[in-house]
Write a protein that binds this ligand. Structure first.
Ligand code: SF4
Length: 411
């Protein structure tokens, strides 16, 4: 399998380079703004596009513009959300259309509906555009919805001021609700501290359970932002978000891999936590021969390699989206995706951390990047069902068997 992993890695790398080359030499289809102008303002005739700032202005004083021309730096989870907006002469939104975005469908499906977009019609450029105040937050898409609201607010104020000469409110300080990154850090920091504490003393092993419960509630259901392989795909495709939460999740996870291997899987992943708690229910586990188990564990690497190749060649991140936690915590998926969630959760009754062991792309990635550490011996109650002296890539660092701990010394 080692050779196959190397081949997959090299093929994914070649796919990434090929994807960039295709983009450079065969640029994608250009957005024809005129077509969309007819949709948002069917009765208005717009002359040629003007510059500084780029916009169309009709004889009736209606101004239309592509938000990406005005505020290209505002990004959702996967790059900018490009919109075509029309403003009436008194600075109210009279037309809106999403031109392009690369957000994960699970999180933004509602945002694209005409009913949702119509809620922006009639708003003044000086309205607050704050989620949960005058913009519906669609609770499971905070980063994307906030990026869209910010794009509309900032671009329309610039155009209203420069073209319509309407006095606009200056950009306000970041609002208190944009604090998801602080919430995540408040969970990550004590978790990493307790990770090191539990390497010294078995007394604190229960702290991990407490952290896992909080993670299910906060990272899973409240922030709806578990670390996903889509973060890494977007990073490699140079499509980072402009949300602090995105950066905090990505870079705290990378840091944790460097210092503590699969720490994220064992201490923060809400789906892993849910799987582990289900696995603790009193059902007799299947006894899987070590060789078979090892072979099946390689499946996650194969899936990750295939997903990476497809995403990098197509440059469509959604093609690599098969992660059950994205479906579960976004509350959105098709029948197949939901069936996978149910099957992989129920499977924990018979096989410890079924998804993490055999299928998870994040497990494959964090395992591959884990540095070697020989301090592990494994126990019968290992949450990963590891056998003695497991590969460090299969250890989620629960520290139950860390060799230096009094607990491990007693074995
Ligand atoms: S090998 Fe040890 S530290 Fe790693 S997950 Fe299993 S019990 Fe925990």
């Amino acid at each position: 399998m080692k050779n196959i992993k190397i081949i997959l890695f090299l093929t994914a790398l070649a796919a990434l380079i090929a994807g960039y080359s295709i983009q450079i030499f065969l640029p994608g289809k250009k957005i024809d703004e005129r077509v969309y102008l007819l949709e948002i303002a069917p009765d208005i005739k717009f002359p040629e596009k003007k510059v500084s700032p780029p916009h169309y202005k009709s004889d009736e004083g209606i101004v239309a513009f592509n938000t990406y021309d005005i505020t290209p730096s505002i990004r959702g989870y996967a790059g900018p959300i490009k919109l075509l907006l029309a403003l009436s002469p008194d600075g109210r939104i009279s037309g809106i259309k999403i031109l392009e975005h690369k957000e994960t469908k699970n999180y933004v499906h509602y945002m694209e509906t005409p009913e949702y977009l119509q809620r922006f019609l009639g708003k003044s450029v000086n309205d607050p555009f704050e989620t949960d105040r005058d913009v519906d937050a669609i609770s499971r898409a905070t980063v994307s919805v906030e990026a869209m609201a910010k794009t509309i607010k900032e671009s329309s104020r610039i155009v209203a001021s420069d073209v319509l000469k309407i006095p606009v409110k200056s950009e306000e300080a970041k609002k208190a609700h944009d604090t998801g990154w602080i919430t995540y850090l408040l969970l990550f920091s004590p978790a990493i501290v307790f990770y090191f504490v539990t390497r010294k003393s078995k007394k604190f092993l229960r702290s991990r359970d407490t952290g896992l419960i909080i993670s299910i509630v906060v990272v899973g259901f409240y922030l709806s932002s578990p670390f996903s392989i889509l973060h890494i795909f977007n990073l490699l495709l140079l499509r980072p978000s402009s949300a602090y939460l995105w950066y905090v999740i990505v870079f705290s996870t990378i840091l944790s891999i460097i210092i503590a291997g699969r720490f994220y899987c064992g201490w923060l992943c809400p789906f892993g936590a849910l799987s582990e708690f289900i696995g603790r229910l009193p059902f007799k586990k299947w006894s899987i021969p070590v060789e078979t188990d090892d072979r099946w564990r390689d499946l996650k690497h194969l899936l990750l390699g295939i997903a990476a190749i497809v995403v990098f060649i197509s440059r469509r991140v959604e093609f690599g989206n098969y992660e059950t936690y994205v479906t579960l915590f976004s509350f959105h998926g098709n029948y197949f995706a939901w069936s996978l969630v149910v099957i992989t959760l129920l499977a924990n009754l018979k096989v410890e951390r079924f998804w993490c062991r055999y299928l998870c792309p994040v497990a494959a990635l964090t395992g591959m990047l884990s540095r070697k550490d020989k301090g592990y011996v494994s126990r019968p109650d290992c949450p990963m069902g590891n056998k003695p002296m497991p590969l460090i890539s299969e250890c989620i660092r629960c520290n139950r068997c860390y060799r230096k701990s009094p607990l491990a010394k007693g074995e």
